[in-house]
Design a protein around this ligand. Structure first.
Ligand code: ADP
Length: 285
């Protein structure tokens, strides 16, 4: 009987071990697949501006002669260079984040100050895009955060809302509130095109764009050939936003309805004011 029981136990343990091993393999495989996809996407995104630069340079060398023609090509090259720089900088940031090489410079911050500053910086873009950009009440919400990264998070979300909403009579609204006394909540709300349910699970993936065809513009070259080009966007903005939120122990959720608009809501843990107000020396009491 003992022998049988021992045999059964060993059988169970083997089964468990095999299952764990299977799970580990599946996770490794998924990670490897993601990595391969990521490399393919990154190469693709960089190849487009490189192709345009190559074609434009050839055109300048073989067909152009007037200063005005050269100036136009140089401007195009500058724009492509900027696009590549943005992509490479975003990729570097994500790579450093992945490998734990970024140390946040944490300090006591008021979310309302950061929000107001971001909104003010984006007012010209909103005006140019004919979007009315406004804030609700901005209560004081103290968090322990890195001002550089939290500003970047706010800028990315508000800029997206403006970029995808643009048009006369459209609105972007930024609101701050407190939830359950522990969470500072930032809501960036727009009445733009909204995002279909099927896309929501992938929105924060690197290089994911909802409708590539719609957000791309065609670059027509002098020889009649065409290159599809993204208008400034990299598909990395929300991946960076998500990293920043998680690095601050926060959460981000998105609610959206096609044709009605989107809301991106970030929750960040509020500073425990009682603890902070008590100087360390006095704590022993
Ligand atoms: P991008 O550089 O393309 O803006 P993001 O990572 O910031 O990249 O956003 C990913 C995709 O999510 C965008 O390409 C867009 O399709 C969609 N998106 C983001 N914000 C909004 C919004 N406020 N309204 C509609 N679609 C949005």
């Amino acid at each position: 009987d003992l022998r049988r029981r021992l045999h059964l136990r060993r059988h169970d343990e083997f089964g468990e071990l095999a299952a764990t091993f299977d799970q580990m393999l599946a996770r490794l495989e998924a990670a490897f697949k993601r990595q391969t996809q990521f490399t393919a996407d990154a190469s693709h995104e960089l190849r487009t501006p490189l192709t345009i630069i190559d074609l434009e340079l050839n055109r300048a060398l073989t067909q152009l002669s007037t200063p005005e023609e050269y100036r136009q090509v140089l401007e195009q090259l500058q724009a492509e260079n900027e696009q590549m720089t943005t992509i490479v900088n975003s990729l570097l940031l994500l790579a450093r984040a992945d490998t734990g090489q970024i140390t946040l410079q944490l300090e006591e911050l008021d979310l309302s100050d950061l929000t107001l500053a971001s909104v003010e910086r984006l007012l010209p873009l909103a005006q140019q895009s004919q979007v009315s950009l406004a804030t609700g009440e901005l209560p004081e919400l103290l968090v322990n955060g890195d001002p550089h990264y939290l500003s970047r998070m706010l800028m990315n979300l508000i800029e997206n809302a403006i970029k995808y909403t643009s048009g006369v009579g459209t609105h972007v609204r930024v609101e701050l509130s407190c939830k359950d006394e522990h969470w500072g909540v930032v809501r960036v709300q727009d009445d733009g095109p909204g995002i279909d349910d099927e896309h929501l699970p992938f929105l924060f993936d690197r290089f994911y764009r909802v409708d590539k065809a719609r957000t791309r513009s065609t670059h027509r070259l002098a020889d009649g050939s065409e290159v599809k080009e993204e208008p400034g966007g990299t598909g990395l903005g929300l991946a960076i936003v998500q990293w920043i939120v998680h690095a601050h122990n926060g959460e981000i959720i998105v609610e959206s309805e096609t044709g009605k608009g989107s809301v991106f809501e970030v929750r960040l843990p509020l500073l425990n004011q009682e603890q902070e107000a008590t100087p360390k020396n006095d704590r022993s009491m």
